[in-house]
Design a protein around this ligand. Structure first.
Ligand code: NAD
Length: 355
């Protein structure tokens, strides 16, 4: 990546002023070298509200206007999933540094185009996998890197909600806009964190199953998201999925994602690693091992993070040459391939080999 590091300040455009767009806007404010100069949203009302809230001088409804502006260095994309790849590709082609929210795309073919284009342009391109940045994940990574777990051979990772569908009838619950349901929406976080901790992203084979048992009955509704509801739209995505992922090394990952399911907890989002010398779970980070005195369960307080816990601050730090990109496009592409394989496996009833 041949990033231009001569600049000391970066003008940012945020595309999409919905639920997570608010977080993009708030996050860039945390970095003194970043200034959000414009917001694009097809809802001018939402864009203007956000501009007023965060002191952004300009709003537009067509994001392409912003891509044409030479004074804009960074584009931060917070759009419905089906727009991720096309808008990110436009932004990369315009020579912008791109922070893209998850999932990277709605299929690996489109995701691969983004990796190629970013490389060709020499710009910074990152998928904002925020759960990788938090103090617990960074702490767990450091503990694993000490070798305390021995050989890590298996992992379980999940994000399971009792009633957290991001509003039935929103774009999230329509396949043509979302590409998929809870697997793409929250499974992506659980998987990315787990593979990062394992230090291995490439899978050899995936066997998955998906279900839609709550959404189609109008159950399990949550309140995330800001855009319109179409009460007539069919709920045609998954609200629970499971997968067995065999990594190239032979290690395995069990992934579970659910927007809505009966269970003891309202919302659980965590990862567990199985090693020959110890096991680790997070959050909070706990280490399990046999000692002479008996079985020990140690809770490890968060260590000082080595990467800024806010992904937008980290992104700007990378542009300033103060940090190295923490989430690499190739890793996000590998995650996308696995998520896609879960859907193909569920539809075909077969284990899917990944090349
Ligand atoms: N990183 C996270 O933890 C996290 C959390 C929630 C959502 N997300 C991701 O962020 C993305 C956005 O989700 P959200 O919850 O903000 O959705 P949302 O529905 O609240 O907001 C989407 C916004 O995009 C706007 N929009 C739609 N089409 C547009 C277009 N062509 N040009 C400009 N604006 C357009 C809508 O008007 C809306 O304001 C999704 O891909 C979602 O997966 C990430």
């Amino acid at each position: 990546m041949k990033i231009q590091r001569k600049k000391t300040h970066f003008n940012v455009a945020v595309i999409g002023a919905g639920g997570i767009g608010q977080d993009h806007l708030a996050s860039f404010k945390l970095h003194p070298a970043a200034r959000v100069v414009a917001i694009a949203d097809v809802s001018e009302e939402r864009a203007q509200e956000s501009a007023d809230r965060f002191g952004v001088p300009e709003v537009v409804s067509d994001y392409k206007e912003l891509l044409a502006r030479p004074d804009i260095d960074v584009v931060s994309i917070a759009l419905p999933n089906y727009l991720h790849a096309p808008v990110a590709l436009d932004a990369l082609r315009a020579g912008k540094h791109v922070m893209l929210d998850k999932p990277m795309a709605t299929n690996a073919r489109d995701a691969a185009k983004l990796v190629t284009e970013a490389r060709r342009r020499g710009v910074l391109f990152m998928v904002g996998q925020n759960f990788r940045f938090n103090a617990e994940t960074q702490t767990a990574k450091r503990v694993i890197e000490t070798g305390a777990l021995g050989e890590v051979y298996h992992a379980k990772t999940s994000w399971v909600r009792r009633a957290g569908i991001p509003r039935i009838g929103s774009w999230f619950t329509q396949k043509r806009f979302a590409g998929g349901g809870c697997t793409y929406d929250i499974g992506v976080h659980a998987l990315d964190r787990c593979l990062y901790l394992l230090g291995e992203f490439e899978a050899a084979a995936v066997s998955g199953q998906t279900f839609a048992k709550f959404g189609p009955r109008g159950l399990g509704n949550g309140n995330w998201g800001k855009s319109e509801i179409n009460t007539k739209a069919p709920f045609d995505v998954d609200d629970l999925s499971v997968a067995l992922i065999k990594l190239r090394s032979g290690r395995t990952v069990l992934l579970e994602a659910s927007w809505a399911a009966h269970g003891p907890h309202i919302d659980v989002n965590g990862t567990q690693l199985f090693g020959t010398d110890a096991g680790l779970i997070l959050p909070p980070v706990q280490l399990f091992k046999q000692t002479r005195a008996g079985y020990s369960v140690e809770t490890i307080d968060p260590l000082p993070p080595h990467v800024h816990v806010n992904r937008m601050v980290h992104f700007i730090d990378c542009l300033l040459g103060k940090a190295k990109p923490y989430v690499k496009p190739e890793e996000s592409l590998a995650v996308q391939k696995i998520l896609d394989a879960i859907y193909v496996s569920a539809a075909s009833g077969r284990e899917i080999r990944i090349r």
